[in-house]
Design a protein around this ligand. Structure first.
Ligand code: COA
Length: 168
């Protein structure tokens, strides 16, 4: 039987422990995981495309539980990238009911573009179910401690990129 390649896509602005939890869950199921750092046309990210690829790759490569996982930047349609990589599956995390509508929309559009690639949804560990990249940036900018929610490399990148604002 041929090996099953799965893509875990996202904007990863920045990657959080919640994303890593989903990547680890996917790794237990599929033969090879490609983390795709993609472009969401509706977002204006804090980190540039190249920075997000570099940071996500650095985080993945420094995590021993993610050995063998590769990280690639994707410009253009995710479904075309998946086809090029011969991936059969795209994995997304589903944190709460509020994610569902958006995910359903993307799933139907991806299916319309290519029927052969399945979307699969995994639930994160409950302690990460409220996490998002935006909330991490907001907590950080307002002086809060984000060390339980992102890897050290991300904190270093945030310090380098913006530093902390003085919070009154
Ligand atoms: N843990 C923590 N946070 C999570 C999470 C998890 N398990 N799962 C999702 N999130 C958060 C993210 O941090 C992000 O938060 P934010 O909105 O505050 O930034 C939000 O939920 C969802 O973002 P993310 O998972 O990073 O991906 P996205 O929804 O921005 O990604 C793409 C969408 C990139 C997959 C999609 O735009 C895409 O496929 N782009 C390529 C172009 C394309 O093919 N477009 C057509 C799509 S039909």
């Amino acid at each position: 039987m041929s090996e099953i390649i799965a893509i875990v896509p996202g904007t990863f602005d920045p990657v959080t422990n919640g994303h890593l939890d989903i990547i680890k869950r996917a790794k237990r199921i599929f033969d090879h995981i490609i983390v795709a750092v993609a472009v969401n046309a509706g977002k204006t990210p804090l980190f540039s495309f190249d920075e997000r690829v570099e940071l996500t790759r650095g985080v993945v490569e420094s995590d021993s539980e993610l050995e063998g996982v590769t990280v690639e930047g994707v410009k253009g349609l995710l479904i075309d990238f998946a086809k090029k990589k011969r991936a059969k599956v795209i994995v997304r995390g589903l944190r709460a009911v509020s994610d569902f509508e958006y995910e359903l929309q993307m799933a139907f559009m991806n299916r319309r573009l290519n029927e052969e690639i399945e979307m699969i949804y995994l639930m994160p560990y409950i302690k990460y179910s409220f996490l998002s990249s935006s909330i991490i940036k907001d907590v950080y900018l307002n002086g809060g401690d984000i060390s339980n929610f992102v890897p050290e490399l991300v904190i270093e990148a945030m310090n380098k990129k913006i530093g902390r604002r003085n919070v009154q």
